[in-house]
Design a protein around this ligand. Structure first.
Ligand SMILES: *Cc1c(COP(=O)(O)O)cnc(C)c1O
Ligand code: SF4
Length: 335
């Protein structure tokens, strides 16, 4: 038989890659050729919110660089344990907007379903890092409470699967949900907020494309990329398959100090997204979540960056810069 050398990354299923994500801070440092002296700083924060990063994503980081923009998004650090006034555990009023188990109905026409608490990657700045998922996840009861809510609310025409990351659920669970939504006549669109096609591109497989192509609902997928280095050839292939399946692809980013708070980095991100069939949608100012204050970019600086982007890019590559406001009827435009 012919000997073939193939990289393990290409042959592993997304489930295997999800299970084998790096959780040990020492292993992450070793993989990147970084000194183990950084460990002492990482461990207390990792005990509060665990380290989790898929190996495929780590291959896109620059070795030996603690300031790598992808590493900074996932690396636990002592700054997370500093309590800063105004940085809260529920910064966007999720709990006040909870309309039932795992259901956030804040905006007209759109209901957001917290499908699961699981994520493929743990982002240190995540605004739901303190969300009580165990009591509030929609897939846990086979979607029954969610579907009952949607059937009883004819004003809802778009269902947003969020989380956590809804694509950590099995395609059987997702297909069953999509099939039930198909039968609710006032539902017109299914939107999915996810990082998975980017952090583990193998997630976009035949099983997933099958239910996406089967539902009568147009599918909008909002991925979450913060830096152009996250997009490699494998990610472009995964996104191209989604596009071919008719999915509308948008991106949301968070403006993060030390990651993308630079006009050049943001312009490169928009260009890289376009080359991957994705249009920029939102650039979120950081939600003031406890433990993430060190990522905050002042609003004045954010406005300058936005103006610089407008000078450099066609309008359709400039994301809307927004801030989430608890209790408001829409995200607040910051311009
Ligand atoms: C962001 C968000 C949405 C979607 O808002 P769009 O402006 O339509 O993208 C819906 N529900 C909740 C609770 C949200 O936070
Ligand atoms: S919900 Fe999104 S931002 Fe938060 S940890 Fe999961 S993937 Fe990251």
């Amino acid at each position: 038989m012919l000997q073939r050398i193939s990289s393990p990354r290409q042959t592993k299923t997304w489930r295997q890659q999800l299970a084998e994500a790096v959780r040990d801070p020492a292993e992450l440092l070793a993989m990147l050729g970084l000194p183990a002296t950084a460990l002492a700083e990482m461990l207390p924060a990792a005990q509060t919110f665990a380290l989790r990063v898929p190996r495929s994503y780590i291959t896109r980081m620059q070795k030996g660089d603690l300031a790598d923009p992808l590493l900074r998004q996932v690396l636990p650090g002592a700054a997370e344990l500093v309590e800063v006034p105004g940085f809260l555990t529920d910064p966007v009023g999720d709990l006040a907007a909870t309309a039932g188990k795992g259901m956030l109905h804040k905006y007209a026409g759109r209901a957001l379903v917290v499908a699961t608490g699981a994520c493929a990657v743990h982002c240190r700045y995540c605004f739901r890092r303190h969300y009580p998922y165990s009591q509030n996840s929609a897939a846990a009861d086979q979607w029954q409470a969610t579907l009952a809510y949607l059937r009883g609310n004819p004003t809802v025409n778009e269902v947003i699967l969020s989380g956590g990351d809804p694509l950590t659920l099995s395609d059987a669970q997702l297909a069953s949900f999509a099939a039930s939504l198909d039968k609710i006549s006032h539902i017109r669109r299914l939107r999915i907020h996810t990082r998975l096609p980017v952090v583990i591109p193998a997630r976009v497989d035949e099983e997933m494309l099958a239910w996406i192509q089967h539902t009568r609902l147009p599918v909008v997928m909002v991925v979450h990329v913060n830096h152009a280095n996250e997009i490699n050839a494998e990610v472009r292939r995964a996104l191209a398959r989604l596009k071919l399946a008719g999915v509308t692809l948008l991106n949301q980013s968070v403006l993060l100090k030390g990651v993308n708070d630079d006009a050049g980095a943001l312009a490169d991100l928009s260009e890289a997204l376009f080359n991957a069939s994705v249009l920029p949608y939102y650039l979120h100012l950081l939600d003031p979540v406890q433990g993430a204050a060190h990522f905050d970019v002042a609003e004045g600086r954010a406005r300058e960056l936005f103006a610089a982007l407008q000078r450099r890019l066609p309008g359709y590559l400039v994301p809307r810069m927004v801030r989430e406001r608890a209790g408001a009827p829409a995200k607040g435009l910051v311009v």
